[in-house]
Design a protein around this ligand. Structure first.
Ligand code: GDD
Ligand code: MG
Length: 364
C-alpha cells in the first residue's frame, strides 16, 4: 500500500463549475483561470500542491474545458504531470471525482487528494495526507472556521476529530467549522461513487459514508483560507497574494504593495497600492488612485479616476474622474467620466457607460 502512495501522490482538481457568482468575469474565462495576482488563479493551487508532494493531477473539467489545457498543457512548467478529463454534461462534484478517477494510476489503498478549484489555502496538504494514512481513514476533510457557515458545508466533529455529520449549506449550522474544499480519499472509496451519474459529494457521498460508519476525519487548522467564488472574495484573494499574506510560489515577483506585469505603465503621479495587481501593458495615468484591485491586461485607468477593491477587465477603460468601489468591469468595457460605481456594481464586457452628467466628488 505505502508503495503506491509514496511513489506518486495523485490529485483530482474540480474545475467544472460555471462560476456564476463571478459573472461577468466568467463569461469568457472559467473562474479557475481568472488572472489572480498576475497568473491564472489555478497556478497558485498547482504550485502549492506540487510543494506538498503531489506529482500528478487530473483536471475534472466541463465548462470551457479546452481552456484549461491551453493554459497549463502537460504541467511540466510546474513540475507536474497533468491530465484532463471532460464531462459532456456536468456530473456534480461526486460524479466529477468518479469520472476523473478513471485517469488515476494509483492502487485502491493509495491516498488521493481532491481539490475544489476556487480555494486559496495555506494549510499543510502533506500533513493532511500523512494523518489520513496514519489513521487508515476512508476520507479526511480539511476544515476551517468562518463567520457565516450557512454558505458552506457545516462539519461537526467529535473529540477524536471524527466527522459526525455533513450539512451542506444548512440555514441552521451547528458549528462554525466548515468543509474547506480539500479532501483526501482512499482511492477505493472513490470507486464506490456510482459512475456516469450526477452525484454531489456534499449532499450524497459524505453523508452516506458517515451514516455507513466509515472513518471520516476532519483535519482542522487556522491557516489562511478563502473561497474566491464572489467578486469581493476574488479581489481579496488577489490582494492577499500580492501582499504576501498567503505566500505563493507562483507569484510572478516579490510580494509587496503592488505587482506590475511586464509592459505596465504607471505614472509616477499615480498612486497604486494595497496589493493591487496591474496587468501586462495596462496604464495608470497621473492623479489616478488604485487600491487593493485587479487591473486586467491592456486596461487604462485615466487621470484622477479612483479604483478601490475592484476588478477592471482586460482592455477596459476607466475614464478620467470615474470612481469604482467594489465594482467589476468586464473586458473591453468603458466607464465614462464622472460615473461612480459602488459595491456590487457589474459592467458587462464591451458595454460603454457614457459620461455621467452629474459629477460626484472624488474625495477619498
Ligand atoms: N468537474 C466538475 N463538474 N466540477 C464541478 C461541478 C461539476 O459538475 N460542480 C462544481 N464543480 C467544481 C467547481 O468548479 C469548484 O471548483 C468546486 O467544484 C466547488 O464548487 P462551488 O460551486 O465553488 O461550490 P461552493 O463554493 O458553493 O461549495 C463547495 O465549496 C465550499 C468551500 O469553499 C462545497 O464543497 C462546500 O461544502 C464547501 O464548504
Ligand atoms: Mg466555491
Amino acid at each position: 500500500m505505502a508503495e503506491t502512495s509514496v511513489r506518486e501522490l495523485e490529485a483530482i482538481l474540480l474545475v467544472g463549475g460555471q462560476g456564476t457568482r463571478l459573472r461577468p468575469l466568467t463569461i469568457g474565462t472559467p473562474k479557475p483561470l481568472l488572472p489572480t495576482a498576475g497568473v491564472p488563479f489555478l497556478a497558485h493551487q498547482l504550485a502549492q500542491a506540487r510543494a506538498a508532494g503531489v506529482r500528478r493531477i487530473v483536471f475534472a473539467t466541463s465548462y470551457r474545458a479546452e481552456m484549461f489545457c491551453e493554459a497549463f498543457g502537460d504541467g511540466s512548467a510546474f513540475g507536474l504531470t497533468l491530465e484532463y478529463v471532460t464531462e459532456e454534461t456536468p456530473l456534480g462534484t461526486g460524479g466529477a471525482i468518479r469520472n476523473a478517477a478513471e485517469a488515476l494510476t494509483c492502487g485502491p489503498d493509495a491516498p488521493v487528494v481532491v481539490l475544489n478549484g476556487d480555494i486559496l489555502s495555506g494549510h499543510d496538504i502533506a500533513d493532511q495526507v500523512a494523518r489520513h494514512v496514519e489513521r487508515g481513514a476512508a476520507l479526511t476533510l480539511h476544515l476551517t472556521e468562518v463567520e457565516d457557515p450557512s454558505r458552506f458545508g457545516c462539519v461537526p466533529t467529535d473529540d477524536e476529530g471524527r466527522v459526525t455529520a455533513f450539512l451542506e449549506k444548512t440555514p441552521n449550522p451547528v458549528t462554525n467549522r466548515i468543509n474547506a474544499g480539500c479532501y483526501v480519499f482512499t482511492r477505493s472509496v472513490i470507486d464506490t461513487i456510482p459512475a456516469g451519474e450526477v452525484v454531489s459529494v456534499e449532499r450524497e457521498t459524505f453523508p452516506g459514508l458517515i451514516e455507513a460508519g466509515a472513518l471520516v476525519l476532519g483535519y482542522a487548522d487556522a491557516s489562511y483560507w478563502l473561497d474566491v467564488g464572489t467578486p469581493a472574495a476574488f479581489v481579496q484573494g488577489s490582494r492577499d497574494l500580492v501582499l504576501g499574506r498567503l505566500p505563493s510560489p507562483a507569484l510572478p515577483g516579490p510580494a509587496g504593495d503592488l505587482l506590475a506585469l511586464p509592459g505596465a505603465v504607471i505614472s509616477p503621479e499615480a498612486k497604486v497600492c494595497e496589493g493591487t495587481a496591474v496587468g501586462a501593458r495596462a496604464a495608470v495615468h497621473a492623479g489616478a488612485k488604485v487600491t487593493g484591485s485587479v487591473l486586467g491586461d491592456d486596461c487604462v485607468v485615466e487621470s484622477e479616476a479612483i479604483v478601490a477593491d475592484s476588478v477592471v477587465g482586460a482592455g477596459a477603460r476607466v475614464a478620467s474622474g470615474a470612481v469604482l468601489r467594489g465594482a467589476v468591469v468586464g473586458d473591453g468595457a468603458v466607464v465614462g467620466p464622472g460615473n461612480e460605481l459602488l459595491a456590487g456594481s457589474r459592467v458587462w464586457p464591451g458595454v460603454v457607460l457614457p459620461e455621467c452628467a452629474v459629477r460626484f466628488s472624488s474625495d477619498v
